[in-house]
Design a protein around this ligand. Structure first.
Ligand code: FE2
Length: 287
C-alpha cells in the first residue's frame, strides 16, 4: 500500500512500516474541513495517529472527537472528567497531586479494543496525556488487519462465521476483580455478540476482532470457546505489526478500534503519576 503522504497537505511521518504516523499539527485552535479530511484519511491509512506535545483543553478535545462522530458517554460515570460527560479520566493521583498507589484500571493492561462490549462498538479513541510516568505506562498497538492476514488458512476456515460474546462484566469484574461494575451498570450493558472476523466498514478489509472483553464463542462449549479466544488473542500480536508508544506529556493519540488492539503497560503507581483523559467515538455494529 502506498504511504498516501505525498498526496496529503499534512506533514506525516510514519512511525513503523506497518502502522502509526505522527502528524505535526496543533489542534488547540480548531481544525478546518480540509485539514480534518486529511487527518481522517491518515486515520484510515495508518490506524494510529500521534500528535506532538501541545495544549489541548478538555473542551477542545471533545470538539475534536466530535469531528469523528458521536462521542460515547461511558457507563462508568465515576470517571467523567472536567464537567464533560464525554471525557473519561484515568488517574492515580490523590487530591494533593500525589500518587496514591492504585492503578486506576488494570483491565487496560490486557490487549483489547474499546467498546467491543457494546452493540455499537468504538471507532476512534482519543487520548491526551496530562501526566506521564518516567518509566512504564506505555501504550502498545497491534494491527488486526495483519493479524487476520497472517492466520494460516486452516485458522481462517475454522473461525469463519464464528461469533464471540463480549461482556464488560466479564473483563472488568470477573477477570480483573477490582472496582467492579455496579448492578445498574451491569444491567445497562448486557453481553453482546460480534463476528470474530469483521470487515472494516470504511476500508473494506477484514480484521480479527476479539481482545479481552471477548468471553466465549456462540455455539461452542464454554471452555473450548475460551481457549480459542485466548489462543487467537496471543496469535494476533506480531512484533513487526505493532507500535509501542512511550508517552511524552501533553501528546495526543488517536486510534481506530475497528482494526487495532491496544494495551497499557504497568508502572509504579505508588511513586509515579499517570493521568490521561480519553474520549471514545461510537462507530457501528460490526459485520
Ligand atoms: Fe482501551
Amino acid at each position: 500500500m502506498g504511504s498516501g503522504a505525498e498526496f496529503s497537505p499534512l506533514p506525516i511521518r510514519p512511525l513503523t512500516p506497518q502502522l502509526g504516523a505522527q502528524l505535526e499539527l496543533e489542534l488547540g485552535r480548531g481544525v478546518d474541513e480540509e485539514t480534518f479530511r486529511a487527518i481522517y484519511r491518515a486515520f484510515l491509512r495508518y490506524q494510529v495517529l500521534l500528535f506532538p506535545p501541545q495544549d489541548l483543553p478538555p473542551g477542545r478535545q471533545v470538539e475534536f472527537a466530535r469531528r469523528f462522530g458521536e462521542v460515547q458517554v461511558h457507563v462508568m460515570s465515576q470517571y467523567h472528567a472536567d464537567g464533560h460527560r464525554e471525557l473519561y479520566r484515568l488517574s492515580n493521583l490523590d487530591e494533593n497531586g500525589r500518587p496514591n498507589g492504585r492503578h486506576p484500571d488494570k483491565g487496560t493492561l490486557a490487549w483489547h479494543t474499546d467498546g467491543s462490549w457494546q452493540r455499537v462498538t468504538g471507532q476512534a479513541t482519543i487520548i491526551y496525556g496530562e501526566v506521564m510516568p518516567e518509566s512504564g505506562g506505555e501504550t502498545h498497538f497491534c494491527d488486526m488487519y495483519g493479524a487476520y492476514e497472517r492466520l494460516a488458512p486452516s485458522w481462517k476456515a475454522r473461525i469463519a462465521g464464528l461469533r464471540a460474546v463480549h461482556n464488560l462484566d466479564f473483563s472488568r469484574t470477573r477477570r480483573h476483580g477490582e472496582d467492579p461494575l455496579t448492578e445498574a451498570q451491569r444491567l445497562a450493558k448486557p453481553p453482546v455478540d460480534h463476528p470474530v472476523v469483521r470487515t472494516h466498514p470504511e476500508t473494506g478489509r477484514k480484521c480479527l476482532y476479539l481482545g479481552d472483553h471477548a468471553e466465549y464463542i456462540q455455539g461452542l462449549p464454554y471452555d473450548e470457546g475460551r481457549a480459542l479466544i485466548e489462543e487467537l488473542n496471543t496469535l494476533a500480536v506480531h512484533p513487526d505489526l505493532s507500535y509501542e508508544h512511550r508517552w511524552r506529556t501533553r501528546e495526543l493519540i488517536v486510534w481506530d478500534n475497528r482494526c487495532v488492539m491496544h494495551r497499557a503497560t504497568a508502572y509504579d503507581a505508588a511513586t509515579q503519576g499517570r493521568v490521561i483523559r480519553r474520549c471514545t467515538v461510537l462507530g457501528e455494529t460490526p459485520v
